[in-house]
Design a protein around this ligand. Sequence first.
Ligand code: F0G
Length: 464
Amino acid sequence: MADLLFQRCINPACGGTADWADTAFRCPRCGGLLDVAYDWNRLPVPSSLKHFESKWASRSNPLDFSGVWRFRELLPFAPDDKIVTIGEGQTLCQRADAVAAYCGMSPGRLFLQYEGMNPSGSFKDNGMSAAFTHARMTGATRAACASTGNTSASLAAYCAATQLMRGIIFIGSGKISYGKLSQALEHGALTVQIQGDFDDALRRVQEVSRQLGIYLVNSVNPFRLEGQKTIMFRVLEALRWEVPDWVVVPGGNLGNVSAFAKAFFELRELGLIARLPRLAVINAEGAHTAYQLHERLGLRWNGGAFDAAGVSGYYGELDATNRKPDTLASAIEINRPVNLPKALRALDCCNGVVRAVPDAQILDAKAKVGAGGLGCEPASGASVAGLRHLVAEGVIERDASVVCILTGHVLKDSDETVAYHSADPATFEAKLGKRGVKSVSFANRAVQVPNDLGAIVAAIQSQC
Ligand code: F0G
Protein backbone atom coordinates (compact mmCIF):
# COMPACT_ATOMS: atom_id res chain seq x y z
CA MET A 1 0.00 0.00 0.00
CA ALA A 2 2.89 2.37 0.86
CA ASP A 3 3.73 3.28 -2.73
CA LEU A 4 0.12 3.38 -3.90
CA LEU A 5 -0.84 5.84 -1.18
CA PHE A 6 1.31 8.22 0.85
CA GLN A 7 1.54 11.80 2.06
CA ARG A 8 3.67 14.24 0.13
CA CYS A 9 5.00 17.71 0.94
CA ILE A 10 3.22 20.36 -1.10
CA ASN A 11 6.54 22.07 -1.80
CA PRO A 12 7.96 20.38 -4.90
CA ALA A 13 11.47 21.56 -4.01
CA CYS A 14 11.30 19.73 -0.67
CA GLY A 15 9.99 16.40 -1.92
CA GLY A 16 9.43 15.12 1.63
CA THR A 17 7.01 12.23 2.07
CA ALA A 18 5.29 10.53 4.98
CA ASP A 19 3.59 7.19 5.36
CA TRP A 20 -0.19 7.15 4.85
CA ALA A 21 -0.56 6.22 8.53
CA ASP A 22 1.51 9.15 9.85
CA THR A 23 -0.75 11.46 11.84
CA ALA A 24 1.68 14.34 12.46
CA PHE A 25 0.28 16.04 9.33
CA ARG A 26 3.52 17.98 8.84
CA CYS A 27 6.24 17.27 6.33
CA PRO A 28 8.95 15.37 8.23
CA ARG A 29 11.59 17.18 6.20
CA CYS A 30 10.50 20.85 6.17
CA GLY A 31 7.48 21.04 8.48
CA GLY A 32 5.21 22.17 5.63
CA LEU A 33 1.73 21.01 4.67
CA LEU A 34 1.11 17.59 3.14
CA ASP A 35 -1.10 16.28 0.37
CA VAL A 36 -2.59 12.83 0.15
CA ALA A 37 -0.84 11.38 -2.92
CA TYR A 38 -1.78 8.36 -5.02
CA ASP A 39 -0.07 6.36 -7.71
CA TRP A 40 -2.97 6.79 -10.08
CA ASN A 41 -1.33 4.59 -12.72
CA ARG A 42 -1.84 1.57 -10.53
CA LEU A 43 -5.31 2.38 -9.27
CA PRO A 44 -8.58 1.64 -11.06
CA VAL A 45 -9.88 5.02 -12.23
CA PRO A 46 -13.08 5.28 -14.28
CA SER A 47 -12.64 6.40 -17.86
CA SER A 48 -15.52 8.89 -17.67
CA LEU A 49 -17.27 10.81 -14.92
CA LYS A 50 -20.55 9.35 -16.19
CA HIS A 51 -19.43 6.15 -14.46
CA PHE A 52 -20.62 7.66 -11.18
CA GLU A 53 -24.21 7.94 -12.39
CA SER A 54 -24.63 4.20 -12.00
CA LYS A 55 -24.08 4.43 -8.24
CA TRP A 56 -27.63 5.63 -7.67
CA ALA A 57 -28.91 2.21 -8.65
CA SER A 58 -26.93 0.61 -5.81
CA ARG A 59 -27.68 3.21 -3.15
CA SER A 60 -28.84 0.57 -0.68
CA ASN A 61 -25.09 0.19 -0.15
CA PRO A 62 -24.29 3.05 2.29
CA LEU A 63 -21.01 3.73 0.48
CA ASP A 64 -22.86 4.35 -2.78
CA PHE A 65 -25.51 6.42 -0.99
CA SER A 66 -22.90 8.72 0.56
CA GLY A 67 -22.20 11.87 -1.46
CA VAL A 68 -18.57 11.47 -0.49
CA TRP A 69 -17.91 7.77 -0.93
CA ARG A 70 -19.78 7.13 -4.13
CA PHE A 71 -16.80 8.93 -5.62
CA ARG A 72 -14.36 6.73 -3.71
CA GLU A 73 -12.33 5.84 -6.81
CA LEU A 74 -11.25 9.51 -6.73
CA LEU A 75 -10.19 9.41 -3.07
CA PRO A 76 -8.97 5.83 -2.92
CA PHE A 77 -7.24 5.77 0.43
CA ALA A 78 -9.49 3.44 2.40
CA PRO A 79 -10.64 -0.16 2.10
CA ASP A 80 -14.43 -0.35 1.96
CA ASP A 81 -14.73 -2.05 5.35
CA LYS A 82 -12.98 0.85 7.09
CA ILE A 83 -15.06 3.62 5.56
CA VAL A 84 -17.14 5.70 7.98
CA THR A 85 -20.31 7.29 6.65
CA ILE A 86 -23.34 8.82 8.32
CA GLY A 87 -25.08 9.70 5.05
CA GLU A 88 -23.18 12.90 4.31
CA GLY A 89 -23.18 14.73 1.00
CA GLN A 90 -26.85 14.46 0.01
CA THR A 91 -26.69 18.06 -1.11
CA LEU A 92 -28.18 19.98 -3.98
CA CYS A 93 -26.95 22.47 -6.49
CA GLN A 94 -29.83 24.79 -7.22
CA ARG A 95 -30.32 27.28 -10.03
CA ALA A 96 -30.90 30.67 -8.36
CA ASP A 97 -32.16 33.32 -10.76
CA ALA A 98 -33.27 35.84 -8.12
CA VAL A 99 -29.85 35.72 -6.46
CA ALA A 100 -28.26 35.96 -9.92
CA ALA A 101 -30.25 39.13 -10.61
CA TYR A 102 -29.13 40.56 -7.26
CA CYS A 103 -25.53 39.88 -8.26
CA GLY A 104 -25.98 41.45 -11.71
CA MET A 105 -25.90 38.12 -13.55
CA SER A 106 -28.01 36.69 -16.34
CA PRO A 107 -30.73 34.13 -15.52
CA GLY A 108 -29.73 30.49 -15.60
CA ARG A 109 -26.05 31.15 -14.95
CA LEU A 110 -25.80 31.03 -11.15
CA PHE A 111 -26.10 27.88 -9.05
CA LEU A 112 -25.95 27.60 -5.29
CA GLN A 113 -24.29 24.47 -3.93
CA TYR A 114 -26.14 23.97 -0.66
CA GLU A 115 -23.95 22.19 1.87
CA GLY A 116 -26.34 23.01 4.71
CA MET A 117 -28.13 19.74 3.89
CA ASN A 118 -25.39 17.66 5.48
CA PRO A 119 -26.21 15.71 8.66
CA SER A 120 -24.59 18.31 10.94
CA GLY A 121 -25.70 21.21 8.73
CA SER A 122 -22.42 22.20 7.09
CA PHE A 123 -19.89 21.16 4.46
CA LYS A 124 -17.62 19.88 7.21
CA ASP A 125 -19.25 16.46 7.13
CA ASN A 126 -17.63 15.80 3.74
CA GLY A 127 -14.20 16.16 5.29
CA MET A 128 -15.10 14.60 8.61
CA SER A 129 -16.22 11.30 7.07
CA ALA A 130 -12.84 11.13 5.31
CA ALA A 131 -10.79 12.12 8.38
CA PHE A 132 -12.78 9.71 10.54
CA THR A 133 -12.13 6.94 8.08
CA HIS A 134 -8.40 7.64 8.16
CA ALA A 135 -8.48 7.88 11.97
CA ARG A 136 -10.13 4.46 12.09
CA MET A 137 -7.50 3.05 9.74
CA THR A 138 -4.79 4.25 12.14
CA GLY A 139 -6.53 2.79 15.19
CA ALA A 140 -7.28 6.15 16.84
CA THR A 141 -9.81 6.25 19.66
CA ARG A 142 -9.81 9.99 20.37
CA ALA A 143 -10.17 12.86 17.89
CA ALA A 144 -9.79 16.60 18.48
CA CYS A 145 -10.27 19.89 16.67
CA ALA A 146 -10.23 23.61 17.21
CA SER A 147 -13.27 25.20 15.72
CA THR A 148 -15.31 28.27 14.98
CA GLY A 149 -18.21 25.87 15.45
CA ASN A 150 -18.93 23.76 12.40
CA THR A 151 -15.95 21.43 12.56
CA SER A 152 -16.76 20.79 16.20
CA ALA A 153 -20.44 20.14 15.44
CA SER A 154 -19.41 17.71 12.74
CA LEU A 155 -16.81 15.93 14.86
CA ALA A 156 -19.31 15.60 17.69
CA ALA A 157 -21.94 14.19 15.33
CA TYR A 158 -19.57 11.58 13.88
CA CYS A 159 -18.44 10.52 17.36
CA ALA A 160 -22.01 10.18 18.56
CA ALA A 161 -23.35 8.45 15.47
CA THR A 162 -20.54 5.92 15.17
CA GLN A 163 -19.36 5.53 18.78
CA LEU A 164 -15.91 4.94 17.29
CA MET A 165 -14.12 7.81 18.96
CA ARG A 166 -14.28 10.30 21.80
CA GLY A 167 -14.44 13.85 20.47
CA ILE A 168 -12.58 16.75 22.08
CA ILE A 169 -13.24 20.24 20.81
CA PHE A 170 -11.39 23.49 21.45
CA ILE A 171 -13.30 26.73 21.00
CA GLY A 172 -12.48 30.39 21.59
CA SER A 173 -14.42 32.10 24.37
CA GLY A 174 -17.58 33.82 23.16
CA LYS A 175 -16.60 33.08 19.57
CA ILE A 176 -19.06 30.39 18.62
CA SER A 177 -22.73 30.69 17.74
CA TYR A 178 -25.20 28.91 20.00
CA GLY A 179 -26.51 26.75 17.19
CA LYS A 180 -23.08 25.19 16.72
CA LEU A 181 -22.20 25.03 20.40
CA SER A 182 -25.50 23.31 21.12
CA GLN A 183 -24.64 20.58 18.61
CA ALA A 184 -21.29 19.82 20.25
CA LEU A 185 -22.90 19.69 23.70
CA GLU A 186 -25.91 17.67 22.58
CA HIS A 187 -23.74 15.07 20.85
CA GLY A 188 -21.60 14.66 23.93
CA ALA A 189 -18.20 16.01 22.85
CA LEU A 190 -15.75 17.10 25.52
CA THR A 191 -15.84 20.87 25.03
CA VAL A 192 -12.81 22.92 26.03
CA GLN A 193 -13.31 26.65 25.98
CA ILE A 194 -10.05 28.57 25.66
CA GLN A 195 -9.62 32.20 26.53
CA GLY A 196 -8.74 33.53 23.15
CA ASP A 197 -9.90 33.22 19.56
CA PHE A 198 -9.86 30.47 16.95
CA ASP A 199 -6.22 31.10 16.04
CA ASP A 200 -5.24 30.56 19.70
CA ALA A 201 -7.40 27.43 19.94
CA LEU A 202 -5.89 25.95 16.77
CA ARG A 203 -2.37 26.46 18.04
CA ARG A 204 -3.25 24.76 21.33
CA VAL A 205 -5.10 21.82 19.86
CA GLN A 206 -2.09 21.00 17.70
CA GLU A 207 0.19 21.03 20.75
CA VAL A 208 -2.19 19.00 22.86
CA SER A 209 -2.86 16.43 20.13
CA ARG A 210 0.86 15.91 19.66
CA GLN A 211 1.45 15.56 23.39
CA LEU A 212 -1.45 13.20 24.08
CA GLY A 213 -1.43 11.33 20.77
CA ILE A 214 -4.95 12.45 19.88
CA TYR A 215 -6.00 12.30 16.22
CA LEU A 216 -6.39 15.85 14.79
CA VAL A 217 -9.30 16.53 12.44
CA ASN A 218 -8.65 20.17 11.55
CA SER A 219 -8.08 20.88 7.88
CA VAL A 220 -4.30 20.77 8.31
CA ASN A 221 -5.12 17.05 8.12
CA PRO A 222 -4.94 16.32 4.37
CA PHE A 223 -7.39 13.42 4.60
CA ARG A 224 -10.10 15.91 5.55
CA LEU A 225 -9.54 17.73 2.31
CA GLU A 226 -9.89 14.50 0.33
CA GLY A 227 -13.49 14.39 1.54
CA GLN A 228 -14.05 18.04 0.67
CA LYS A 229 -12.96 17.38 -2.92
CA THR A 230 -16.28 15.60 -3.39
CA ILE A 231 -18.21 18.88 -3.09
CA MET A 232 -16.79 19.66 -6.52
CA PHE A 233 -17.62 16.20 -7.85
CA ARG A 234 -21.23 16.78 -6.88
CA VAL A 235 -21.19 20.23 -8.47
CA LEU A 236 -19.95 18.71 -11.71
CA GLU A 237 -22.57 15.98 -11.48
CA ALA A 238 -25.32 18.59 -11.04
CA LEU A 239 -23.99 20.50 -14.06
CA ARG A 240 -24.00 17.29 -16.12
CA TRP A 241 -20.22 17.08 -15.89
CA GLU A 242 -19.73 20.55 -17.40
CA VAL A 243 -16.99 22.52 -15.66
CA PRO A 244 -18.36 25.92 -14.53
CA ASP A 245 -16.43 29.09 -15.36
CA TRP A 246 -16.16 30.10 -11.70
CA VAL A 247 -16.50 28.57 -8.25
CA VAL A 248 -16.93 31.15 -5.48
CA VAL A 249 -16.26 30.06 -1.91
CA PRO A 250 -15.93 31.76 1.47
CA GLY A 251 -12.41 31.66 2.87
CA GLY A 252 -11.56 31.00 6.51
CA ASN A 253 -8.87 28.44 7.14
CA LEU A 254 -8.70 27.98 3.33
CA GLY A 255 -9.30 24.24 3.38
CA ASN A 256 -12.13 24.29 0.83
CA VAL A 257 -10.33 26.29 -1.81
CA SER A 258 -7.34 23.98 -1.42
CA ALA A 259 -9.50 20.87 -1.70
CA PHE A 260 -11.43 22.20 -4.69
CA ALA A 261 -8.28 22.95 -6.67
CA LYS A 262 -6.87 19.51 -5.87
CA ALA A 263 -10.11 17.94 -7.09
CA PHE A 264 -10.04 19.77 -10.41
CA PHE A 265 -6.31 19.35 -10.88
CA GLU A 266 -6.54 15.61 -10.35
CA LEU A 267 -9.57 15.28 -12.62
CA ARG A 268 -7.63 16.99 -15.38
CA GLU A 269 -4.58 14.83 -14.75
CA LEU A 270 -6.80 11.77 -15.04
CA GLY A 271 -8.28 13.03 -18.30
CA LEU A 272 -11.77 13.28 -16.77
CA ILE A 273 -12.22 17.02 -17.42
CA ALA A 274 -10.67 19.17 -20.12
CA ARG A 275 -10.27 22.48 -18.30
CA LEU A 276 -10.12 24.02 -14.85
CA PRO A 277 -12.64 26.55 -13.50
CA ARG A 278 -11.47 29.81 -11.95
CA LEU A 279 -11.73 30.09 -8.16
CA ALA A 280 -12.77 33.12 -6.12
CA VAL A 281 -12.16 33.14 -2.37
CA ILE A 282 -14.18 35.60 -0.32
CA ASN A 283 -12.96 36.84 3.04
CA ALA A 284 -14.90 38.97 5.48
CA GLU A 285 -13.33 42.44 5.72
CA GLY A 286 -12.66 41.91 9.41
CA ALA A 287 -10.63 38.73 8.77
CA HIS A 288 -8.97 39.34 5.43
CA THR A 289 -5.51 37.80 5.58
CA ALA A 290 -5.83 35.97 2.25
CA TYR A 291 -7.10 39.11 0.55
CA GLN A 292 -4.35 41.30 1.98
CA LEU A 293 -1.59 38.89 1.14
CA HIS A 294 -2.75 37.82 -2.31
CA GLU A 295 -4.33 40.99 -3.69
CA ARG A 296 -2.67 43.85 -1.83
CA LEU A 297 0.80 42.51 -1.20
CA GLY A 298 0.98 40.36 -4.34
CA LEU A 299 1.92 37.14 -2.57
CA ARG A 300 2.10 34.26 -5.06
CA TRP A 301 2.71 30.51 -4.88
CA ASN A 302 5.77 30.84 -7.07
CA GLY A 303 6.16 27.11 -7.60
CA GLY A 304 6.32 26.55 -3.85
CA ALA A 305 8.94 29.24 -3.20
CA PHE A 306 6.40 31.76 -1.91
CA ASP A 307 7.58 34.60 0.30
CA ALA A 308 7.26 32.88 3.70
CA ALA A 309 9.17 35.70 5.39
CA GLY A 310 6.60 38.16 4.03
CA VAL A 311 3.81 36.06 5.56
CA SER A 312 5.60 35.94 8.93
CA GLY A 313 6.11 39.69 8.70
CA TYR A 314 2.39 40.17 8.09
CA TYR A 315 1.49 38.02 11.11
CA GLY A 316 4.11 39.83 13.21
CA GLU A 317 2.46 43.10 12.29
CA LEU A 318 -0.97 41.75 13.32
CA ASP A 319 0.48 40.75 16.69
CA ALA A 320 2.40 44.00 17.19
CA THR A 321 -0.74 46.05 16.60
CA ASN A 322 -2.93 43.55 18.48
CA ARG A 323 -5.28 43.17 15.51
CA LYS A 324 -7.72 40.34 16.14
CA PRO A 325 -10.13 38.99 13.54
CA ASP A 326 -13.55 40.64 13.85
CA THR A 327 -16.54 39.70 11.73
CA LEU A 328 -20.16 38.70 12.27
CA ALA A 329 -19.42 35.78 9.94
CA SER A 330 -17.94 33.95 12.93
CA ALA A 331 -17.21 30.77 10.93
CA ILE A 332 -14.52 32.64 9.00
CA GLU A 333 -13.28 34.86 11.83
CA ILE A 334 -9.72 33.69 11.32
CA ASN A 335 -6.53 35.71 10.89
CA ARG A 336 -4.00 32.91 10.43
CA PRO A 337 -5.38 30.50 7.84
CA VAL A 338 -3.52 27.26 8.34
CA ASN A 339 -3.87 26.23 4.69
CA LEU A 340 -2.52 29.48 3.27
CA PRO A 341 0.29 27.83 1.23
CA LYS A 342 -2.11 25.29 -0.26
CA ALA A 343 -4.53 28.10 -1.06
CA LEU A 344 -1.78 30.02 -2.86
CA ARG A 345 -1.15 26.92 -4.93
CA ALA A 346 -4.90 26.59 -5.59
CA LEU A 347 -5.19 30.23 -6.69
CA ASP A 348 -2.19 29.79 -8.95
CA CYS A 349 -3.50 26.56 -10.46
CA CYS A 350 -7.03 27.89 -11.05
CA ASN A 351 -6.21 31.51 -11.92
CA GLY A 352 -7.99 32.58 -8.75
CA VAL A 353 -8.81 35.87 -7.07
CA VAL A 354 -9.52 36.88 -3.48
CA ARG A 355 -11.91 39.59 -2.33
CA ALA A 356 -13.00 40.90 1.08
CA VAL A 357 -16.56 42.05 1.78
CA PRO A 358 -18.03 44.01 4.72
CA ASP A 359 -20.40 42.37 7.19
CA ALA A 360 -23.43 44.43 6.13
CA GLN A 361 -23.07 43.13 2.55
CA ILE A 362 -22.59 39.58 3.80
CA LEU A 363 -25.83 39.79 5.77
CA ASP A 364 -27.76 41.35 2.87
CA ALA A 365 -26.52 38.61 0.54
CA LYS A 366 -27.47 35.99 3.10
CA ALA A 367 -31.00 37.49 3.30
CA LYS A 368 -31.27 37.35 -0.50
CA VAL A 369 -30.29 33.69 -0.43
CA GLY A 370 -32.83 33.04 2.32
CA ALA A 371 -35.56 34.82 0.33
CA GLY A 372 -34.94 32.24 -2.39
CA GLY A 373 -35.61 29.35 -0.01
CA LEU A 374 -32.17 28.00 0.88
CA GLY A 375 -31.23 29.44 4.25
CA CYS A 376 -27.53 29.83 4.91
CA GLU A 377 -25.32 31.14 7.69
CA PRO A 378 -23.42 34.43 7.42
CA ALA A 379 -20.09 32.97 6.23
CA SER A 380 -21.93 31.38 3.31
CA GLY A 381 -23.48 34.73 2.42
CA ALA A 382 -19.92 35.97 1.85
CA SER A 383 -19.67 33.95 -1.35
CA VAL A 384 -22.73 35.67 -2.82
CA ALA A 385 -21.64 39.12 -1.60
CA GLY A 386 -18.24 38.45 -3.16
CA LEU A 387 -19.79 37.37 -6.45
CA ARG A 388 -21.74 40.62 -6.55
CA HIS A 389 -18.49 42.55 -6.16
CA LEU A 390 -16.73 40.57 -8.82
CA VAL A 391 -19.56 41.07 -11.32
CA ALA A 392 -19.63 44.83 -10.58
CA GLU A 393 -15.86 44.94 -11.12
CA GLY A 394 -16.22 43.11 -14.42
CA VAL A 395 -13.97 40.28 -13.26
CA ILE A 396 -16.85 37.81 -13.55
CA GLU A 397 -18.98 38.30 -16.66
CA ARG A 398 -22.75 38.37 -16.26
CA ASP A 399 -23.09 35.40 -18.59
CA ALA A 400 -20.38 33.28 -16.97
CA SER A 401 -21.48 30.02 -15.36
CA VAL A 402 -20.93 30.37 -11.63
CA VAL A 403 -21.37 28.19 -8.58
CA CYS A 404 -21.42 29.80 -5.13
CA ILE A 405 -20.85 27.46 -2.22
CA LEU A 406 -23.31 27.83 0.65
CA THR A 407 -21.23 26.23 3.37
CA GLY A 408 -23.62 26.12 6.33
CA HIS A 409 -27.31 26.08 7.26
CA VAL A 410 -29.32 29.14 8.32
CA LEU A 411 -30.14 27.59 11.72
CA LYS A 412 -26.47 27.59 12.66
CA ASP A 413 -26.74 31.21 13.72
CA SER A 414 -30.36 32.14 14.27
CA ASP A 415 -29.51 35.00 16.66
CA GLU A 416 -27.93 36.97 13.85
CA THR A 417 -30.77 36.24 11.48
CA VAL A 418 -33.38 37.36 14.01
CA ALA A 419 -31.40 40.51 14.78
CA TYR A 420 -31.16 41.27 11.05
CA HIS A 421 -34.93 41.09 10.62
CA SER A 422 -35.81 42.57 14.00
CA ALA A 423 -38.18 45.50 14.34
CA ASP A 424 -36.69 46.17 17.78
CA PRO A 425 -33.77 48.61 17.59
CA ALA A 426 -32.26 47.24 20.83
CA THR A 427 -32.12 43.69 19.42
CA PHE A 428 -30.54 44.99 16.22
CA GLU A 429 -28.04 47.10 18.12
CA ALA A 430 -27.02 44.38 20.57
CA LYS A 431 -26.08 41.90 17.87
CA LEU A 432 -25.32 43.87 14.71
CA GLY A 433 -25.13 47.60 15.44
CA LYS A 434 -22.38 47.32 18.01
CA ARG A 435 -20.36 45.24 15.54
CA GLY A 436 -20.47 48.03 12.96
CA VAL A 437 -23.56 47.23 10.86
CA LYS A 438 -25.48 50.50 10.53
CA SER A 439 -28.43 49.39 8.41
CA VAL A 440 -29.61 46.43 6.39
CA SER A 441 -31.55 46.29 3.14
CA PHE A 442 -33.85 43.27 3.22
CA ALA A 443 -35.29 43.05 6.73
CA ASN A 444 -38.59 41.16 6.94
CA ARG A 445 -39.96 42.71 10.12
CA ALA A 446 -42.52 40.98 12.27
CA VAL A 447 -45.78 42.95 12.57
CA GLN A 448 -46.78 43.88 16.11
CA VAL A 449 -50.53 43.68 16.78
CA PRO A 450 -52.72 43.70 19.88
CA ASN A 451 -54.43 40.45 20.84
CA ASP A 452 -57.59 41.41 19.00
CA LEU A 453 -59.21 39.57 16.09
CA GLY A 454 -60.12 42.70 14.15
CA ALA A 455 -56.65 44.17 14.53
CA ILE A 456 -55.01 40.89 13.46
CA VAL A 457 -57.22 40.58 10.37
CA ALA A 458 -56.62 44.23 9.45
CA ALA A 459 -52.85 43.81 9.85
CA ILE A 460 -52.80 40.80 7.52
CA GLN A 461 -55.04 42.45 4.93
CA SER A 462 -52.90 45.54 4.85
CA GLN A 463 -49.88 43.40 3.96
CA CYS A 464 -51.20 40.90 1.46
N1 F0G B 1 -18.09 28.50 5.91
C1 F0G B 1 -18.41 27.91 7.07
C2 F0G B 1 -19.85 27.77 7.40
C3 F0G B 1 -17.39 27.42 7.92
O1 F0G B 1 -17.73 26.82 9.05
C4 F0G B 1 -16.05 27.59 7.56
C5 F0G B 1 -14.97 27.13 8.42
C6 F0G B 1 -15.77 28.22 6.35
C7 F0G B 1 -16.81 28.65 5.54
C8 F0G B 1 -14.39 28.40 5.89
O2 F0G B 1 -13.91 27.27 5.27
O3 F0G B 1 -11.75 26.98 6.44
O4 F0G B 1 -12.28 25.77 4.33
O5 F0G B 1 -11.85 28.22 4.30
N2 F0G B 1 -15.15 26.75 9.60
C9 F0G B 1 -14.11 26.15 10.43
C10 F0G B 1 -14.70 25.55 11.68
C11 F0G B 1 -12.92 26.97 10.61
O6 F0G B 1 -13.99 25.45 12.69
O7 F0G B 1 -15.84 25.13 11.67
P1 F0G B 1 -12.34 27.04 5.07
